[in-house]
Ligand binder design. Sequence first.
Ligand SMILES: [Zn+2]
Length: 209
Amino acid sequence: MLEKKDILYYNLVGDNMDVSILVNKNNLLNASYVPRNLVFVPSISEHLDSHHQIFVEKETYSHFIKMNEKCPMKMYIVSGYRSYQYQQDLLEYYYKKDGEECYSYVASPGTSEHQTGLAIDFGFIDASTNMPVSQEVDQYKSAFDWILKNAHLYGFILRYPEGKEKITGYKYEPWHLRYIGIESAKEIYKNQETLEEYLERKSCYVKRV
Ligand SMILES: [Zn+2]
């Protein structure tokens, strides 16, 4: 368990968003933090659950659309903005089910980057069946590889890269992208670094996981 003294809390209000904001297990958002400019993401497949409404930050969404136009497979957003309350409810649900073990696979409230509205989990639409596919990384390897090599051109980074688990605190997640702006994303891609390493190099204060 993290000690209170090891945690850096952000006291942000809605208008104070910085696209390079760091959120991880040691850099938390507070409960009242809701990003400005959330936009509704319309469903693109009749196979997707229309009751599950998705929102993301506006600039993030417009860049996602540009990337999607060029991506060899059509992408869709599986998960975007998640509120503090949502994460709290999720944790409580799994706590009842699995007890303490749930802390290993559910992010604690305030530690999820999805609360910024700048993070997306994406999937692809299989053109032959028109069915959504999300985590079949081996089967759709070339499309995932395209994302790996091109996302930075649209301002996104792969937030939890392979082999950087000790720095990010998360296992490799090829479907989790984080919008950070084109300039920063290109630099991070060129240096093959994580957001934590990038911010440290820029002399920003970062609490290590
Ligand atoms: Zn995610």
